[in-house]
Design a binder for this molecule. Sequence first.
Ligand code: ZN
Length: 169
Amino acid sequence: MAILEIKKYPEKVLKQKAKPVTLFDEDLQALIDNMIETMYAAPGVGLAAPQVGKSKRLAVIDISSKEYKYPLIVLINPVIVTCEGEVEFEEGCLSLPEYTAKVKRAETVVVNALDREGKAMEIEATDLLAVALQHEIDHLDGMLLIDRISPIKREFFKKRYKKSQKLGK
Ligand code: ZN
């Protein structure tokens, strides 16, 4: 296993719509294992393939904490089939270091996806897991959390980013 380089805003791969996974071969299994290791090392609660430079519809999620145990999820070609309610969480993203913003998302989602062997599964999720699923699926559609906030906040983010580049941070 290996820790992969996490692509940061404004890398182009993060803006691309990722392609469906069609081949469940050894290369895919190795990529999944490396993404899991990279997510835990970061540490983060989720990581999508575009974030490691692979434009594939694949993400890994583990929202477990000391208080809350939840199994690791490997999500392939996910589709949100139902959305209900609304919640707002302070979200961060490994591709947007040192940035968080409140994002409104559906409170409950049902997601159809394939597991790492290519078997169909359905996940029903609320709150934090629902938010994590929506955040990672956004990555597969070339969306970052800054695309989900108000235009004013987005401009503020971009200004701050440009400033940090000038300072060479
Ligand atoms: Zn993210």
